[in-house]
Design a protein around this ligand. Structure first.
Ligand code: FAD
Length: 397
């Protein structure tokens, strides 16, 4: 973050849309993996940008960070959209097993063997590095759906399995946006001229016959926003097990201070991203983030720690350490929250109280994410003032 801070102002605004390829990523931060695992909070990132460039100078960068917040807040209020994605994906995977023609098109796409040069380069880059530039994600998703005619959820799953920053909200809703399922009458069509212009002269697309139109795959079907969950209140005196999980690995920064933490466990929900094999690069990043986060938290609270890959592990750990309360940063709608929700009956049987605490960033921003991005964008200065992130303030948020 420190290295990229000088570039978060005008330079970012002017050059962020260019994908110069893996050997030159100087125009974007590449911090999405860190933010996704909250090794770095959105508040820290935005404060660094504003301190260096002012809110006006860093406007574009701040807005991009807030796109993440918008997607997260929007999905929090429409959990059924996530459920539709997971059930639809299971259906698509079953069809993939049976339909030989679909399977060979799919396998060529994920192996980077379609014959569309740029697409093949991005497919291999994603698997090899765990990252794709934002513009490449848009082009890729559009070609996947409109040129290759593949089911969008299979593409979203391919991204989710391999992206280091793979995130239930940004990924699912990013794909839905490309297909016209988020904003009415708005789809994204990848054009050869645009790819030529923004990919640093790496591709010459003239010979390829990309789809010429991108019709919405359906009407946006947005259920009315559900009430946002409250931040739950812990009992400060109860012996407490702290869970550091892959959505939030900075447990030592304020959220749990003043509690009677007797042990820390790390919970890794990475494998739950998909029923298909997950990417090595993304897995290694999540592993390292949790390992680091758990060790820091254990040092901060001066207690022992353990790690688990399955949510059931935290019940055993709570019993082993004799705790009556389990605390964690509140997981957002996605595979981890699904795992934790499934644990509730067992928690009741074991008389364990689960307390999920929300970060003030989420509490302040998510109510503005119930409609389109514009509403949240308009609220940015007001919310950042409330969070004391504008210059001179020092809240951890
Ligand atoms: C189809 C599709 C799928 C995507 N899947 C994911 C995903 O699984 N996880 C993910 O974090 N992002 C996703 N994005 C958004 C975006 O592509 C990445 O966040 C961005 O490319 C990360 O690179 P960076 O850190 O260099 O971004 P920078 O340009 O340096 O931006 C700074 C930070 O802002 C946030 N951000 C920037 N652009 C966006 C955006 N459009 N949407 C949401 N957050 C943004 C990220 O946290 C990023 O680290 C997806 C976009 C599309 C079109």
């Amino acid at each position: 973050m420190s290295a990229f801070t000088p570039a978060m102002g005008q330079r970012y605004a002017a050059s962020r849309n260019h994908d110069y390829g893996p050997s030159n990523r100087s125009n974007v931060s590449m911090l999405s993996g860190h933010v996704r695992h909250r090794l770095l909070t959105e508040a820290e990132l935005v404060r660094a940008a504003i301190d260096a460039h002012g809110l006006h100078g860093a406007e574009k960068f701040v807005q991009e960070v807030c796109w993440r917040t918008y997607w997260k807040g929007w999905l929090e209020q429409r959990p059924s959209v996530w459920r539709d994605y997971t059930t639809g994906l299971s259906r698509d995977l079953k069809i993939l097993q049976k339909d030989g023609q679909l399977r060979s098109s799919y396998e060529a796409a994920v192996a980077g063997e379609t014959g569309i040069e740029c697409f093949d380069v991005w497919a291999r880059e994603l698997v090899r590095t765990g990252y794709l530039h934002n513009h490449a994600r848009m082009w890729f998703a559009s070609i996947w759906v409109y040129t290759l005619d593949l089911p969008w959820r299979l593409g979203a799953d391919f991204f989710f399995r391999h992206l280091i920053d793979g995130d239930a909200a940004s990924n699912t809703l990013g794909w839905r946006w490309v297909c016209g399922l988020h904003t009415r009458d708005k789809t994204y069509l990848a054009r050869a001229s645009n790819i030529n212009k923004y990919s640093g002269g790496r591709f010459e697309m003239q010979g390829y016959d990309l789809a010429r139109e991108a019709l919405p795959l359906g009407d946006p079907d947005h259920p009315a926003p559900a009430a946002l969950s409250e931040s739950e209140r812990p009992d400060p005196s109860a012996p407490t097990l702290l869970v550091v999980h892959d959505e939030d690995t900075v447990a030592e920064c304020g959220l749990f201070d003043g509690l009677n933490i007797v042990a820390v466990v790390g919970l890794d929900s990475f494998a739950a991203r998909s029923n298909l094999p997950v990417g090595e690069r993304a897995k290694a990043f999540t592993d390292a983030a949790i390992e680091d986060g758990v060790a820091r938290a254990a040092r901060h609270f001066e207690v022992d720690f353990q790690r688990f890959d399955a949510a059931q592990g935290i019940i055993h750990a709570a019993q082993q350490f004799g705790t009556s309360q389990i605390v964690m940063a509140r997981p957002h709608v996605g595979p981890l929250a699904d795992q934790i929700d499934a644990l509730k009956p067992q928690l009741t049987v074991a008389s364990l109280r689960l307390v999920r605490i929300k970060r003030t960033w989420d509490i302040a921003f998510h109510p503005h994410a119930d409609k389109g991005f514009f509403k949240l964008k308009k609220a940015i200065p007001k919310v950042l003032s409330r969070l004391e992130i504008l210059p001179g303030a020092s809240s951890a948020a």
